[in-house]
Each structure stands twice: as C-alpha cells, then as structure tokens.
Design a binder for this molecule. Structure first.
Ligand code: PHE
Length: 450
C-alpha cells in the first residue's frame, strides 16, 4: 500500500479544501440562484442553511476522514462495528465514487467552455474572427478539445500527490482568484447601472424568505458548494495532521466558501444591471433574471464588449478566474477515486490518476455526444438527488453507527477543550436528528412536491 500523503501546513489544508469548495458552483451557480430566487432573501437563507446543515456535515466528513486515515469506502467500514453496517458503509462509499466521477465528467465539459472563452478573448485581440466564432459556438469538436485540455490539467496535478500537487497548486491559485474577483468588483462598481444591481443583491424581500422552493434551492446550493457527500472533504480530512483543530479548520473552509460565493454575487449581479444599462436583455419573458448557461455566456461577454478595448482583457482575466476555480474543485473530485484505487490496489498514484482520469474523460465524451439527453440528467441525478442522500448516509454513520466516545477522542486531538465547547454541545445531536430530518424533508419535497 502506498504511503499516505499529508498536507504540510494548516494553511495548505485550508487552501486546498477551500479550493475544492470554491468552484463553478460559487461563481456561476450562486449568483444565478440569487438572481432567480428573490435576490437578498436567497442570500440570507443560504447563509443560515450553510451553518445549520452543511457545516455540520462538512465536520462529519472531516472527522471521519482524519480518524480513519482512508478513502470513503474504507472509512465507513472502519467506523462501523457490525458486518451489516460495514457492508452498507462500503456500499455508500462506492456510490460516492460513482457520483463524484459523474460530477467530474460534466464539470470538465463546463470548465472546458471557460477555457474556450479565455482563448476567445485572445483571438479577439488578434482579430482572428473565424477562430473567435468557433470558440464561442456550441460544437462537438470545441467541447471535446477543451474538456480534454481541462482533464489533462486535472490529471497532471492529482498525479503529483498531496503536498507537491494538490496543496501547492491550490495555494497558488486560490489567492490569485481572490485578488481577481476583488479587482473585477471594483471595476464593475464604477460602471453605470451597478447601483441598481447592488440594491437587488443587498435589500432583502422578507416575504420570500420562508418560500419552500427558495429554501430547497438554497439547501442544494449549500451542498454542492461545500463539495459534500461525495468524499472529497472526507479524503482531504484524512490528509490533515492530528495536531490540527478540525472544528476551526472546518469553520474556516465554510467561511471562505460562503465569502467567495457572496463576492461572486457582488460581481455578477451588479454586472447584469450594468449590461442592462447598456441595452442587453437580462430578463426573460416571465420578468425573471436570465440564469443558467446564458448568464455567463451571454450577459457577461456582452458586458465586457461594452468596455471598449479593455473588454477583451477583462474577459480574459474573468475566464482565467473561472478556470482556476474549476480546477481546484476538479482535483478534489479526481482525488476521491484515485485515493481509493491506490489504497486498495497495487497501482501507484501516477498510474491511478491517468487510468481514472482517462475513464472519466470517456464518460465526458459520452455526455458530449449525447448532450441533449444526458447532460442535464447527469447533473440532476448527481447533485440534486445523490449528494443530499449521501449526506444523509454520512449523518447516519456519524450520529448512529459510530461510537460517540470515539468521535470525541478524534476531535479532541488538536482541540483539547472541545468537550466543554458549544460545538460539542450542539453538533452530535444535530448530526443525529436535525440534519437527517432536514435532508429527508428536502427529499420528500423534491420527489412529491416537485
Ligand atoms: N464545490 C464545487 C463547486 O462549487 C463542486 C464540487 C462538488 C467539488 C463535489 C467537489 C465535490 O464548484
């Protein structure tokens, strides 16, 4: 069995785990959801749910990971006592492996679009209009080429291992991302129309806060955004030293994730209104803000176009930013099956990264060739159904299967006084009762109410 890697520092872990959390989900998904779910009201509910549902599950993953020092399949087996529990644990782990590979397969396609738009900013400056058209038109050839490029970047980083691959790259890319977002926020804020956007983003309509759909979307967003359920956080937790305080590490990661999401909203929502002031349509027939693919690939490039000569450069920076965010997330996805493979077969990290990476690329190709049928289906099966249900399983294993005393011993390492803390008073009961109830209520709503 291969020697287990470890993050070399506290900051290294925070950057890597925050890198996993911060991705297309924050910069693309969150502002879109804000736009179509009542603006500031959504932000409020999302914040609350992140801390009462998502953060406790994040903690469960980190604690299970560090305690078991293994991938999700073996981890859930290790914390279970009986044979049946071990079997269910392993089954849950395998399910997570499948789900995370499928998430990676569609994520590579979307991230590939980001790279294509990044190149398009360059071809625009060079005046190569045929190339620009090819880069922005939806075609099988473009989708294949750029998702392959993104896949190769992911594989190369993961194949280098924990401290020299994952940690080093997340450490470089994450701070760059922050700086780029701040600069863009300042830039957009100075444009005409931005103040309308700020109003929509910051002034909540309290009558919408208790809306069922809004709560549901906010819950889903919190899950996807914190990379929960599929073992990414669990496996990163297994690389954390026993000297670290998991409670505060987890809180830092959640804070960074939420912070970047909020900042993306500060960029995208005012940017939409700037586009509106420049004559770009940002509302659909129903009077709602445009969301989904169209948000980034129609409104944002249109915004850049109105900036004159500077537009292409800002566009380049923006899509570099999106690619970076996607990359630090995709490496945490590929790490899940790779960790499992090197810990249960004779394959080394390099071989496993390439073998699994190529396998996921093949699934991606399948999605690209059957885009209309498979793309949306895979997204909803993985993120809307599987992630919350896997979160539920993690709650059950933490709250009902794993011995509470053993959990306490694990958390105490690096946090001596945790037993008397507010965290330990609330968290065990939360994962046992509150989190499962909330997830079940959500599942019920999705299946029966729609
Ligand atoms: N959290 C990532 C994002 O917001 C997506 C992700 C999901 C990463 C699952 C890892 C595992 O884009």
């Amino acid at each position: 069995m291969a020697v287990r890697g470890q993050f070399s520092s506290r900051l290294g872990f925070i950057l890597a785990a925050a890198g996993s959390a911060v991705g297309l989900g924050n910069i693309w998904g969150f502002p879109t959801q804000v736009a179509s779910n009542g603006g500031a009201a959504f932000v409020l509910v999302y914040l609350v749910l992140t801390f009462i549902v998502a953060y406790p599950i994040l903690m469960a993953e980190l604690v299970i990971g560090r305690h078991s020092q293994s991938n999700m399949v073996d981890a859930l087996k290790k914390i279970s006592a009986g044979n049946i529990a071990k079997k269910i644990g392993a089954g849950t782990g395998y399910w997570a492996l499948i789900v995370v590979s499928l998430i990676l397969s569609f994520y590579m396609i979307v991230a590939g679009w980001m790279i294509a738009y990044m190149f398009q900013a360059v071809t625009e400056v060079l005046g190569w209009s045929a190339a620009s058209t090819w880069l922005t038109d939806f075609s099988i050839s473009r989708n294949i080429i750029f998702s392959l490029i993104f896949a190769l970047m992911t594989i190369v980083i993961v194949s280098r291992g924990v401290s020299s691959g994952i940690e080093k790259w997340s450490g470089r890319l994450m701070p760059m991302l922050l700086v780029l977002i701040v600069l863009l926020i300042i830039y957009v804020s100075m444009q005409a129309g931005a103040s309308e956007g700020w109003k929509a983003y910051l002034v909540p309509d309290f009558s919408k806060v208790l809306n069922g759909d809004l709560i549901l979307s906010a819950m889903g967003q919190a899950f996807f955004s914190l990379s929960l359920g599929v073992g990414s956080m669990l496996v990163y937790g297994s690389y954390v030293s026993k000297k670290e305080n998991l409670v505060s590490l987890g809180a830092s990661v959640a804070l960074v994730d939420v912070g970047i999401a909020i900042m993306s909203g500060m960029l995208i929502i005012p940017a939409m209104y700037v586009a509106l002031a420049n004559g770009v349509t940002i509302f659909n027939e129903a009077g709602q803000l445009i969301g989904g693919d169209q948000l980034i690939f129609t409104v944002i490039p249109a915004l850049f176009e109105t900036m004159g000569g500077a537009g292409d450069y800002v566009s380049f920076v923006f899509f570099v930013l999106m690619t970076i965010a996607a990359l630090t997330s995709s490496i945490s996805m590929l790490e899940v099956p790779v960790a499992f493979t090197i810990e249960s077969t004779k394959l080394e990290r390099k071989g496993a990264s390439w073998a699994i990476g190529i396998f996921v690329m093949l699934i991606s190709l399948l999605l690209i060739f059957n885009f209309d049928v498979l793309f949306g289906l895979v997204i909803s099966l993985t993120t809307q159904y599987s992630q919350p249900l896997l979160g539920l399983m993690l709650c059950i294993f933490t709250g009902w299967v794993w011995k509470r005393d053993s959990i306490l011993q694990e958390i105490k390492q690096g946090a001596d006084d945790v037993e008397s803390s507010l965290f330990w008073k609330i968290w065990p009961g939360y994962v046992r009762f509150v989190c499962p109830s909330l997830i079940l209520a959500m599942a019920y709503h999705t299946i029966f109410v729609g």
